[in-house]
Design a protein around this ligand. Sequence first.
Ligand code: A3P
Length: 322
Amino acid sequence: KYLQDENLTDECRELLRSLPSEKGWLSTFLHLFQGFWYGTRHMNGVLYTQLQFKAQDSDVLLVTTPKSGTTWLKAILFALLNRSRYLEPHKKLDHPLLQKNPHDLVPSLELGLYVEDPNPDLSSFTSPRLFATHLSHVSLPDSVKDSKCKLVYLCRNPKDTFVSLWHFTNKLRLKEMGTNTLEETFDKFCRGVSSNGPYWDHVLGYYKASLEMPHKVLFLKYEEMTEKPSEQLKRLAGFLGCPFSEDEEANGGVDEILRLCSFDNLSKLEVNRSGKLPTGEENRLFFRKGEVGDWVNYLTPEMIERLDRITKEKFRGSGLKL
Ligand code: A3P
């Protein structure tokens, strides 16, 4: 019955009937498609993106696992790529990040532009176009893989990712549904049953791609961004072919972007305290604590042991540590 309730195309409904499904973290189900779990109401967008999105060589695509700091990186990428337009002294007050949420400035493909529309109008995007996605590497549209467009991938420690996701989904749940317990969602997360999960497969797919194609995929970690933000921002700028000049660095151009995009600055802006996304989520829900290691306040020793064991097993031999 739930399939009838959703606004899905007949083809999408037909496909969903053939896929393994499990109760999700929100009101709908999760469906295992091409090895990854997607929520019912996002499946149209996933299919439309895969089939319809045509990447251009100059595009920049931010790819993240949910709750790994997407909002932060969207802000940073927008500020970085548009710095000559907005960050000159006399233009500072007009910076779009002060008036708009990063998700409005850097829209998601499958959760935003293509969520209900197979042919969104992309004509207002100027080059380099900047989009975001949570799609796994295997599920990227062919044009993304075949073109020279660049992928910036961001992930985060699995324990912090899980805790952030648990908080976020509980806030998105309708009041009458009550909250999900930490235990039940933890078990789902460990079994890979979370939006765009299994978390580890998502990360590994892009990690391997970044090793094979370092000019195309940049692999970033939330923890490294927090620990050495200037270094990582300069690395990002170099990767995107717009390195900071000596003058810019000397004049504080790097720090200016980091300050503008900081948790403290963005979370206090009116638009991020009271605004909403076109898809209905409140902007403030994307800003919780913004800290590394908050999991110590939530996970039991048994949970820590289980999650660490899975991470070790999954990442064994890859050289990746999170
Ligand atoms: P916490 O829940 O641990 O606080 P996403 O943007 O992918 O949904 O991720 C949300 C997480 O990033 C949340 O983590 C949120 O607080 C954090 N975050 C949002 N803006 C940030 C910023 N400017 N700097 C650092 N972390 C930020």
